[in-house]
Design a protein around this ligand. Structure first.
Ligand code: 15L
Length: 281
């Protein structure tokens, strides 16, 4: 059985993933935050990914890394820099030093969030991040490309939409990613032989998708869910005109959001500000 490290294991995406992958891999879970309950076959290692020593410790001896850790929404530059730029670099570099070949990187729909909703995009489009958060995801994609080309690592980039049981609004109908489809895509990323550097969209088979996900299909992905079955239950909400135009929605105009995964000792920020990045500090 392969041994797989999941970073950001206390987060929402990892919580779904752990449940879906249970029994298929030996899961090593890391997070700065404590883990709420551990299943059979899971081990937990507390780690601050902005410290190289921690990244080296947790990546030692695993077959693959699923890197989900980091700041998961738009935030102050200091937070994004530490969690998503330094943390991401440390994970790739530690994996290289520990000779872990395979890394799955959780990028986001926000690395391409400034594409208009009326445009269908594939995995080859130029990045158009919609936020500092989106820029940090483009950084991770670029780092993955470098580590694949320069060091022969096997890198699987997933531009994840929104993982949940049901979409909560109209935008999420286009980027919905069900837990079982997430597990299928991650398993391909871990097990498919011959991967060098691939970008795929982490979304279900949504009728209203903005993505041509043929690269994922080429690699064997056959999503089973379509958000359309939930469409009738979505309550229409008025969107900001910029948000309504672009795929990234509110990330295209808001400066900070509530981080659903606050660091220990820090309160989740409830402020949603429209001020400039400078004054938002
Ligand atoms: C993301 O990248 C976030 O991590 C997630 O919390 C959601 O906000 C999602 O995008 C989204 O676009 O809904």
């Amino acid at each position: 059985m392969k041994s797989v490290l999941i970073t950001g294991a206390s987060g929402e995406v990892a919580t779904h993933l752990r449940r879906e992958l249970a029994g298929n891999y030996k899961l090593r879970l890391s997070d700065l935050r404590p883990l709420a309950g551990k299943a059979k076959g899971e081990t937990y290692m507390k780690a601050d990914l902005s410290r190289m020593a921690d990244a080296l410790r947790i990546t030692k001896g695993v077959d693959a890394v699923v890197h989900l850790g980091g700041y998961s929404v738009e935030g102050a530059w200091e937070n994004i820099l530490q969690a998503n730029i330094e943390g991401c670099y440390n994970v790739f570099e530690a994996a290289r030093r520990n000779k872990v070949k395979r890394i799955l990187f959780a990028s986001s729909n926000h690395s391409v969030g400034f594409y208009p909703r009326k445009q269908r995009i594939d995995h080859r489009v130029y990045p158009k991040p919609d936020s500092r958060y989106g820029v940090s995801k483009v950084f991770g994609e670029a780092l993955g490309s470098l580590y694949a080309d320069k060091y022969g690592m096997e890198v699987f980039v997933m531009r994840i939409g929104k993982v949940s049981d049901k979409p909560i609004d109209k935008r999420r109908l286009s980027i919905h990613f069900s837990p079982r489809d997430l597990a299928q895509l991650v398993s391909i990323g871990i097990d498919k032989p011959g991967i060098r550097f691939e970008i795929v969209y982490g979304v279900s088979n949504n009728t209203r998708s903005w993505y041509d996900n043929s690269n994922a299909r080429r690699l064997g992905y056959r999503p089973r869910d379509d958000s359309e079955q939930h469409a009738a239950a979505i309550v229409p909400k008025k969107e900001h005109p910029t948000a309504a135009k672009y795929q990234g929605g509110s990330f295209t105009h808001l400066e900070t959001m509530q981080n659903p995964a606050p660091l220990p000792g820090k309160k989740a920020r409830r402020t949603v500000s429209r001020r400039s990045p400078r004054s938002a500090r």
